[in-house]
Design a protein around this ligand. Structure first.
Ligand SMILES: Cc1cc2nc3c(=O)[nH]c(=O)nc-3n(C[C@H](O)[C@H](O)[C@H](O)COP(=O)(O)OP(=O)(O)OC[C@H]3O[C@@H](n4cnc5c(N)ncnc54)[C@H](O)[C@@H]3O)c2cc1C
Length: 391
């Protein structure tokens, strides 16, 4: 049995951040990772350019079963703290949109930064390590049994993330640990995920695959103005991924086409026009989409040919086009996993479980779910940092 002060399971964003902080504080720390490489999700993130944080990240950009829980860590380790580190390493970055910071070159630079920090503070990282069992001894220490040796530690950190992208090594390990230690778990489900449309209740979206448009996508409680993209199963694009976090099992959401152009006002001006609806729409949307949309809704005519109730229906649909879905594309396409360990089981200051001294849970394994746009890494860095101060 190899004795350590701290064992962190999972070498993703949260686990590496926690391990580095712990080693920095002089604790004998090891990070165990079952993949052959560290930071596999960081590598594929942001289309290979890692959207490593968001300068506007604040508590309202997250959903959680306790909306106050994440405030503490996010206020103590802020986006600027990570930006300082990125600048120290002279990594070129830029703001793509809406406060989203991306590497100019490659996500690999973020993984290299973390590896350098680990080396600087003597953090041990062991890859290709399969954790079999975890046990708690009578003296309060934890045992971690692996295919590469067995460890005993005073503090055990679970940083194994959620279920998204199983092809990159995602497992249900954190949820199994939660069950083993009697911690409340909010059922995991895919988040930031493309949606599958109900074929019987929608226009022929398959023929529109690859076409995108700008829209306000909304429910009764929240709205996002970003791009929407047709896929062969339904819709994706930033606005759809964002709304997917808020559907909570609901089978519909709404779209306002080109919200900044006020299409209802535009059509009201064109009330007596003899130009076909699809051609008027094509002034603002791709003509294939405009044609499909107008035909599906029964507007193969000009505004002048519509009676008043039909014209009102057109204005209503431009403002609130309801989309019926059957579900989502699942964990293989989901950027995050919603749900996870209930925040009330953890101290928001230290991320330690309230029931088991020395057991910490951080990152995506916890029921704190960020928007698309760097918010999930912001949470991983902040929660990893918070635990790293106390383990
Ligand atoms: C395609 C994609 C793109 C994304 N892009 C962005 C982005 O640009 N910006 C952003 O903010 N967020 C992005 N995300 C979300 C972000 O990657 C995650 O929220 C974040 O990585 C979570 O960090 P984590 O450390 O909690 O978990 P993870 O990064 O998932 O790390 C968990 C680690 O634990 C390891 N592990 C799992 N089970 C075991 C086990 N049993 N034993 C040992 N090790 C184990 C895994 O292999 C993994 O290395 C993206 C996600 C995906 C899938």
């Amino acid at each position: 049995m190899i004795r350590k002060d701290v064992v962190v399971i999972g070498a993703g964003a949260a686990g590496l951040q926690c391990g580095i902080e712990s080693a920095k504080a002089g604790r004998n720390t090891i990070v165990l990772e079952h993949n052959r490489m560290i930071g596999t999700k960081i590598l594929i993130s942001g289309g290979g350019r890692c959207n490593f944080t968001n300068i506007n990240a604040g508590p309202s950009n997250y959903t959680s079963s306790n909306p106050h829980f994440h405030k503490s860590a996010l206020s103590r380790y802020t986006p600027n703290d990570f930006i300082d580190l990125v600048e120290q390493y002279k990594i070129d970055y830029y703001e793509k949109t809406l406060g989203q910071l991306f590497c100019k070159n490659s996500s690999r630079e973020i993984v290299a930064l973390l590896q350098s920090e680990a080396d600087k503070y003597g953090l041990e990282i062991q890859t290709s390590t399969k954790v079999g069992e975890i046990k708690k001894a009578d003296d309060g220490r934890y045992f971690v049994l692996t295919n590469q040796g067995d460890y005993s530690c005073e503090s055990l950190v679970i940083a194994t993330g959620g279920l998204s992208f199983p092809s990159r090594g995602a497992t249900d390990f954190s949820y199994r640990v939660a069950k083993q230690f009697g911690l409340k778990l909010n059922p995991p489900r895919p988040g930031l995920v493309p949606l599958v449309l109900d074929f019987n209740k929608n226009l022929d979206y398959k023929s529109l695959r690859g076409i995108s448009f700008y829209a306000e996508v909304y429910t009764d409680n929240i709205s996002f103005k970003e791009a929407v993209l047709f896929t062969h199963k339904g819709m994706s694009g930033p606005a759809i991924l964002q709304i997917s976090n808020y559907l909570n099992g609901s089978k519909e959401f709404h779209i306002r086409l080109e919200p900044d152009l006020d299409l209802p006002a535009f059509f009201t001006k064109e009330r007596r026009s003899g130009v076909l609806v699809k051609n008027l729409l094509s002034e603002h949307l791709s003509s294939r989409f405009a044609t499909e949309w107008a035909t599906y809704h029964g507007f193969d005519c000009s505004p002048k040919q519509l009676d008043d109730p039909q014209f009102e229906r057109l204005l209503g649909l431009l403002d609130k086009w309801t989309i019926a879905i059957t579900g989502d594309e699942g964990y293989s396409k989901a950027e995050i996993t919603l749900g996870g360990v209930h925040p009330d089981e953890l101290s928001s200051k230290t991320m330690e479980t309230r029931k088991h001294k020395g057991l910490y849970i951080i990152g995506e394994a916890v029921d704190v779910n960020g928007w698309l746009g760097g918010y999930n890494f912001a949470w991983a860095w902040a929660s990893g940092w918070a635990a790293g101060q106390f383990v």
